[in-house]
Design a protein around this ligand. Sequence first.
Ligand SMILES: [Zn+2]
Length: 405
Amino acid sequence: MKYQLRCKKCGKVIADFATWFQQDQQCECGSGYAEVEYTDSTPFSFGKPINGSYQDYYFDVLPIEKHDNVVSFNEGLIPMERWDNLESYAKEKGIDCKVFVYRNDQNAGSGSFKDISAALAATVLKENGVKEYCLASTGNSGVAFATYLAKAGIKFTEFAPNCIDPATVEAIRKVGQPIVISKGGYGDAKAEAAAYHKENHVLISGGNTDPLRIESKRLLAYECLRQMGQLPTVYMQAVAGGTSPLAFEKGFRDLKRCGMIDADAELPRMLLVQQDECDPMVTAWEKATATGFTEGWEKDYEAKKDIKTRIGILTAANPGNYPLVAPLVRKSGGTFLRVAEAELPQYGKEMKKSQRTLMGPASMVCYSGFFQAVDKGLIKSGDTVLLNTGEGSDRAGWFRELVEK
Ligand SMILES: [Zn+2]
């Protein structure tokens, strides 16, 4: 076995994913947060880029035993783009920086951030003989998991809130997977998925700290080294649950462990962005800043009520991961930023003009955050900035209409 799992709470070793699934994705101590550890610590050799799955390319540093089990639509391994319009904006303000954009909308599976997670999950579930899986999601995750698990021959049930958009429902049904639409919101859909999991003994996605999500997403740190020749000094992303920043930090530690970056390398400054219509992490962070980060500050957060946002994938009203994500942001010397959802179409117009492309609204949250970060002096000369963007505009017709109006 080339890996094992270790519980983040009590430190106990869990032999492999087969054991982890048998234990209902929990340590004996009850914690559902475990991390993958690899036995091999030789530096990963990037070699020749391939056309194909990131799982084949990064096989040596993933918890997969056999290449034959890889379930893929050739996702991942997306070219980093350097965006001169953003560099020019910074330059006008006297800041000389490089800006790279990692575009998950170019993933071949379902065109979102979620494809790489769903791909690795499909592979590992298949390899370990799992026949059925379920998840509650507001959209992109549901489509990605439905698509990849269908390819793996695994039945997948999506539990969706009543506000789910028709295009998402259509995309899930098209691959022959069932979808249960709740009469209530996302919270109700989650409760229904949890009940289904319990009553039918069907594995459920482990949420924001699911080791399968973390292991796949952490490869972005490797992709930075492969394509940019270095890690960024600033990492920007729109954040809902906050898996990706945690995963990036895991990747950062793995790179250090294998001697691929300096032992004293610093984590990029994390600038995490939320839209004002659903910004529980920003609100909690502002409170912590105002009160001087007193003991236990990271546990002081509140769920937002009456969320009005139209950005389906950024609706995490209860930021359960804040106690993990916020200390990371602080350690990195970064911060949380709030952008106005009403202004996103304007940024969409600007992007269409300068880059001749349009991303989905969640990506625009990150994109507009860049301009604010420059204005606030959070980006400095000499910085290399990475914008990790989420999705394309295909499944957000309403946003495209607003931009094209
Ligand atoms: Zn434990």
